[in-house]
Design a binder for this molecule. Structure first.
Ligand SMILES: Nc1nc2c(ncn2[C@@H]2O[C@H](COP(=O)(O)OP(=O)(O)O)[C@@H](O)[C@H]2O)c(=O)[nH]1
Ligand SMILES: [Mg+2]
Length: 234
């Protein structure tokens, strides 16, 4: 099984400088066979930095994190894709776990920040607004779409892998930060095999999230209602 590690990058130079050196070389032990970055129009030297370090970079013709997923599925030849945000939030040490689950027959593998043994970026706070909102979206998706498989504890996390076949079957079309939520909901509807493992979410190395809570939350609600009303993936 050929697995591509996809780095999702938009203006992440300070983070890349810290995170890229920690990513192992492709091979049987590292959990992936090739590394490609999809760039959403960086202007801060991220592309030049990646290329200088031997990472192939594919550009996007349309804006948005969801578009980056479509670019990966359309242009990178692999049997499965691991999506990784090199901003410090995601644990590099988890990378080999995706291959194990994919080889075991999973269609979609999610590193969960919510299940037992996991740590969420907000767990040190008293008011975990983002975590609570995410758990509400998790509940909605499971109540509406789950068939026989286990409860999916983190329907939204970006740190995940999907097989090419599953990605094709689900006919994903979200262009923004709702891409993962759409993917999980359609996988639930289609009864695909979703496997989660607990992860420890780190803090961003530098800069700020480009997903602002309120507008992103509203998009998630819209995404959910659309999935309630369409039959894709079912
Ligand atoms: N290729 C691509 N990557 C993006 C885009 N928007 C955000 N990203 C990357 O996606 C990752 C996660 O973004 P971030 O703003 O930290 O969102 P959060 O982790 O969900 O809070 C980062 O590595 C970003 O650089 C985009 O439009 N295209
Ligand atoms: Mg992030």
């Amino acid at each position: 099984m050929k697995i591509a590690l996809i780095l999702l990058v938009r203006n992440e130079l300070p983070c890349l400088k810290v995170v890229l050196p920690t990513i192992p070389a492709p091979g049987p032990d590292s959990g992936f066979d090739m590394v490609v970055a999809v760039d959403g129009g960086s202007t801060d030297g991220s592309v030049e930095f990646l290329e200088a370090h031997g990472v192939a970079v594919v550009g996007q013709s349309k804006r948005g994190r969801g578009e980056a997923f479509h670019v990966a599925f359309d242009t990178i030849d692999a049997d499965a894709y691991i999506f990784f945000s090199p901003d410090g939030n995601e644990a590099v040490s988890d990378l080999p776990r995706f291959r194990a689950a994919l080889q075991d027959g999973a269609d979609l593998v999610i590193a969960s920040r919510m299940m037992k043994g996991a740590v969420n970026e907000e767990d040190h706070l008293v008011f975990k607004w983002r975590k609570w909102a995410n758990n509400a979206f998790n509940l909605m998706a499971n109540l509406a779409f789950r068939r026989s498989g286990p409860y999916v504890t983190d329907t939204i996390n970006g740190y995940r892998a999907i097989t090419r076949q599953a990605a094709r079957q689900l006919r994903l079309d979200a262009s923004d930060y709702t891409i993962e939520y759409q993917m999980t909901q359609r996988a639930l509807k289609a009864g695909l095999r979703i496997v989660e493992f607990p992860t420890v979410e780190g803090q961003r190395v530098a800069g700020e999230t480009q997903a602002h809570s309120i507008p992103t939350g509203l998009r998630f609600i819209k995404c959910f209602w659309r999935e309630v009303s369409v039959r894709h993936g079912g």
